[in-house]
Design a binder for this molecule. Sequence first.
Ligand SMILES: Nc1ncnc2c1ncn2[C@@H]1O[C@H](COP(=O)(O)OP(=O)(O)OP(=O)(O)O)[C@@H](O)[C@H]1O
Length: 325
Amino acid sequence: MSADAAPGPAPSTARRLHDVPTVPGAPKPDPILVADKVSRRFGGLTAVDVDHIEIQRGVITALIGPNGAGKTTLFNLLTGFDRADTGSWTFEGTPLAGKPAYRVAHAGMVRTFQLTKALSRLPVIENMRLGATGQRGESLWRAMLPFTWRAQEAAITERADELLHRFKLHALRDDFAGSLSGGQRKLLEMARALMSEPTMVMLDEPMAGVNPALTQSLLGHVKDLREQGMTVLFVEHDMDMVHDIADWVIVMAQGSVVAEGPPDVVMADPVVIDAYLGVHHDAPATEAEERQQLAEVESRLEKEFSSPDDDSEAAEPALGARDEH
Ligand SMILES: Nc1ncnc2c1ncn2[C@@H]1O[C@H](COP(=O)(O)OP(=O)(O)OP(=O)(O)O)[C@@H](O)[C@H]1O
């Protein structure tokens, strides 16, 4: 955790979650975001159909669920990057349904973005500066008043430099963003989102493609956001990370919220195991299990081939199952 992390309201707000019932759509003591009846269809497919959801202020909430559960679509809807078919939601009490992304960001709710091809060709510092202009939008009067404009440009660069120092990316300030490692990109995405001084940060798979050396640093930065009083909502498949830093977990499956609660409670919930962890049941959980399965197959094959009564036809089914004709 960085030294400049000020003690925030996190511990007390996190503690207040203890009284929240572990049911889908549970009301929170101090919600910053409240959404109702949010749905989005793509042709015949219902990608999102969330009846009610509340995100507690000042804590870290993880949004988990199997592939295709609708997590990213819900992120896109809430942040104005996609349009809901139905639903309403408020952020800090302000209705935001139907508002474009820049208005949502202006209200203080900002999401991270993966580094696109175009952004990879820009230096790190320009990526950061775009985090500010992109969120604020351009305005004619600002362009016509060069003094205001220049002062703001200088302030933007200063904030970008500060954030690059905080995220230990300053040495890469003038490098092309495309030359960064997976973990450094994730740090840049997070730092860029902070350019607009948000109240709530939404992170889309912050650990994807991050090598273990940067894992702790990334986790530390996410915890820092909470220490500074920000609300964090993140989508993640890495259950270790969810367990490590989330105060609350919301589980989606087939577009809807199917469970929510503290990490320990949610991960032991049979509904979650069925809906989410169940999809991995076929895969060997550990290297030891994998070795055991391999040994069993080898011993079966050995028996089939070594038996004196065995003819080629009897051996066929065991081999046939692995044949790629
Ligand atoms: N633009 C689109 N057009 C058509 N179908 C879409 C579109 N975006 C998402 N979908 C579909 O909506 C469903 C939800 O997708 P979404 O990406 O939100 O899931 P997810 O939970 O974020 O999955 P993952 O964990 O794999 O990222 C999926 O079936 C997906 O194929």
